[in-house]
Design a protein around this ligand. Structure first.
Ligand SMILES: CSC[C@@H](O)[C@@H](O)C(=O)COP(=O)(O)O
Length: 343
């Protein structure tokens, strides 16, 4: 199947209802491959090795993983073991724990034989809800963008984004991209600066692919270009997604987000964070308490692109995958309930 970047659900149940079908994202946009996950182990590997990624989509995948585990064995012991196995597949996105808690909470009061069906139903509901949340985020973000564009109506609204917080990172529409898609569809001339987002290049590979599929004008930039573009008046707003917003409003997101927020502050460019309630972690006080995933240095020393991987340094590398943007640098949070200055 050819995928042209037009948004669609990035996770569904398999045709027989017993598994989950996901887009294998590691070789996008060069290779389009849908794969079927048939066990909790499959789901764990898909999350850990980033076949699937993005906070809400990680949660949805884990929810189906738990359902698949219960289809094999509906006991308390199996539930607890699969919960723990899936929870440790990636540490930073709080949607993972949220989704596992949703499914586990729904099935625990039930007899073992009834748990799998109820877990699949809960996972389906999580997916449906994610789509609705993102549409609501989009509707509120659209009005925000309309207001911003009215300040400079004679030129396109220049939005900068980091990483991929689009339909490939959620069940559909995306968080940070939903307002962009709706603004474009509403006739607001939008142009997006797409941070390439080293080391894994989710911007250059995934966000650009999505925007092209939707017909949104965009330009991929090196991660280091954003500060210059802001200083020279070429960015009207920054909008990013997030893996976890803590009780005080700190924002954990893909490495490099913090530097964009600093540059935005210094240049009076509004910095927006799009999130559904499933990404808000009221139980964690500040960003300093969020576990930051440390991934393999190979993701830095090699760059993957069309035709394979090339080595870009002979030295070793460190690879912290997320950073924390302090709440004081956030202009507003774009949520399904509206645009808020604090969480
Ligand atoms: C709506 S997705 C928000 C975040 O999860 C996204 O911006 C991000 O950082 C994804 O990181 P990834 O490491 O690709 O899973």
């Amino acid at each position: 199947m050819k995928l042209d970047g037009t948004h669609q659900r990035s996770i569904t149940r398999t045709a027989d209802g017993a598994g989950a079908r996901i887009l294998e994202q590691r070789e996008l946009p060069w290779v389009v491959k849908w794969v079927e996950l048939r066990s909790a182990h499959d789901a764990e590997i898909a999350i850990r090795e980033m076949w699937t990624r993005g906070a809400p989509l990680i949660g949805a995948t884990a929810a189906y993983g738990l359902a698949m585990a219960l289809a094999e064995d509906g006991s308390d012991a199996a539930l607890d073991a699969a919960y723990a196995q899936l929870l440790e597949s990636r540490p930073t996105a709080v949607n993972l724990k949220w989704a596992l808690d949703q499914v586990a909470g729904a099935v625990r009061p039930l007899p073992a034989a009834d748990r799998a069906a109820a877990a699949f139903a809960r996972a389906d509901a999580i997916c449906d809800e994610d789509v609705a949340l993102n549409q609501a985020i989009g509707a509120h973000g659209l009005e925000l963008f309309r207001t911003l564009h009215a300040k400079n109506p004679d030129r396109p609204l220049n939005i900068l984004t980091h990483c991929n917080a689009g339909w490939l990172a959620t069940v559909d529409y995306g968080t940070a991209t939903a307002p962009i898609y709706l603004a474009h569809d509403a006739g607001i001339p939008v142009h997006v600066w797409v941070d390439e987002t080293r080391p894994r290049n989710q911007g250059a590979l995934l966000t650009a692919f999505e925007l092209a599929g939707h017909g949104v004008p965009h330009t991929v930039i090196a991660d280091n270009a954003g500060g210059h573009l802001m200083m020279t008046g070429q960015v009207d707003a920054v909008i990013v997604g997030t893996d976890r917003v803590t009780a005080n409003g700190d924002v954990c997101n893909k490495i490099g987000t913090y530097l964009k927020a600093l540059a935005a502050k210094d240049n009076d460019v509004p910095f927006y964070v799009a999130l559904p309630y499933t990404t808000f972690d009221a139980a964690t006080a500040t960003g300093a308490d969020v576990p930051i995933e440390e991934r393999s240095g190979d993701e830095v020393t090699y760059v993957a692109g069309e035709g394979g991987r090339i080595r870009v340094t002979a030295s070793g590398a460190a690879n912290p995958a997320f950073d924390v943007t302090p709440a004081r640098l956030v202009t507003a949070y774009v949520t399904e309930r509206g645009v808020r200055e604090s969480v």
